[in-house]
Design a binder for this molecule. Structure first.
Ligand code: FNR
Length: 181
């Protein structure tokens, strides 16, 4: 069964390592998996006053998530947590109360940083958020990546990380299939 996975990258930076990682992960997935990377840079700051008539970009993001079989979060760590732009996107798509686009969607969490702990803190915080949003989240293997190790000089998956990341992608795809039989 072919599956569609929405990808949300927690960095707006043009040369983002996480965007490169997201692109690289897609090359490791089987042919029947399609990826739909959603932009989050067009979302305004979340304002609960707008819940009755959500901004156009919010509606588009929610529609894409609803149409997907799973959601893959690829994020840097900012100050030992989730970047504000990612939290803003999650807040948008989770609201209004009772109308979250995320509920029940199988999630994957991965990230790359220049720091030694490879986004571990950000990922743990993100897992707490996703648990509240009722998203079953792929658990093992965890992937805490350093840019120098995970990516080559052209931004592709580095040879030394390919085997591990292939295992991670295979595991996440199997996880998504479990919830879409
Ligand atoms: C960082 N960075 C960072 N790295 C890390 O490992 N732990 C951290 O807590 C932080 N904190 C942090 C805060 C802010 C505001 C910035 C801008 C950066 C460094 C971060 O890993 C690096 O900038 C990455 O390149 C960000 O990912 P992208 O944009 O390349 O995907």
């Amino acid at each position: 069964m072919s599956l569609k996975i929405v990808v949300i990258v927690g960095s707006l930076r043009k040369a983002s390592f996480n965007t490169k990682l997201a692109d690289g992960l897609q090359t490791l997935a089987p042919d029947d998996i399609s990826f739909d990377r959603q932009r989050i840079d067009d979302l305004p700051l979340y304002n609960q006053d707008d819940d009755k008539d959500q901004p156009g970009p919010t509606k588009g993001l929610k529609q894409a998530i609803r149409a997907a079989d799973g959601v893959l979060f690829v994020t840097p760590e900012y100050n030992r947590s989730v970047p504000g732009v990612l939290k803003n996107a999650i807040d948008h798509a989770s609201r209004p109360y009772g109308d979250s686009a995320f509920a029940g969607k199988p999630a994957g969490v991965i990230g790359v940083s220049v720091g030694a702990i490879g986004t571990a803190c950000a990922q743990q915080h993100l897992r707490t958020i996703l648990a509240y949003l009722d998203m079953p989240t792929f658990g093992q293997p965890e992937a805490f990546l350093k840019a120098n190790d995970a990516l080559d000089k052209d931004g592709g998956i580095a040879d030394g990380s390919r085997e591990f990341l292939q295992k991670w992608v295979d595991g996440y795809v199997a996880w998504v299939r479990r919830f879409n039989r």
